[in-house]
Design a protein around this ligand. Sequence first.
Ligand code: HEC
Length: 144
Amino acid sequence: MKTLSKLLVAGLVLAGGVAFAEGEAADPTVKARQELMKTIGMNTKTLGDMAGGKAAFDAAAAEAAKAAIIAASSEIAAKFEPQATDPATEAKPEIWTNWDDFVSKGAALKTAAEALDATSLDTVKAGMAGVGGACKACHTAYRL
Ligand code: HEC
């Protein structure tokens, strides 16, 4: 019995370690904004893989990824407005002291995604510069 409970404790510690390694936040507000970023990340990867030749160009998939980025970027301000924190967050506190700038960087991503023409490989390649630049501008300033 004693051994069993020791094993259980060890198992829990291991499970906790895995959760930490994956950066899983427990706070629901933090989790929601990280999920939003994951959605943006996955859809950007879809476009990036096509632009980089890792995936075949697919106009319908490109259009869907573009639409998903536009929709998600429209939610950045609402999802980040409550200043929630969590040991697993990568959000810098400067977000809330420079709130207007943060919001405008979120809007810049939306504008860049709207400007991306998803109808051909060449235009996706061209549009990715703007989209990637918008991620980088905000992450450099506001992500740990
Ligand atoms: C307006 C600012 C802003 C823009 C624009 C932005 N991000 Fe982020 N992103 C953040 C912040 C802040 C975090 C950290 C959130 C946290 O951990 O609480 C983050 C986190 C992430 C994460 C990690 C999510 C996780 O699992 O914890 C990914 C992936 C990501 N962003 C991808 C992107 C991509 C791709 C783009 C551009 C297409 C982009 N982001 C544009 C601010 C932004």
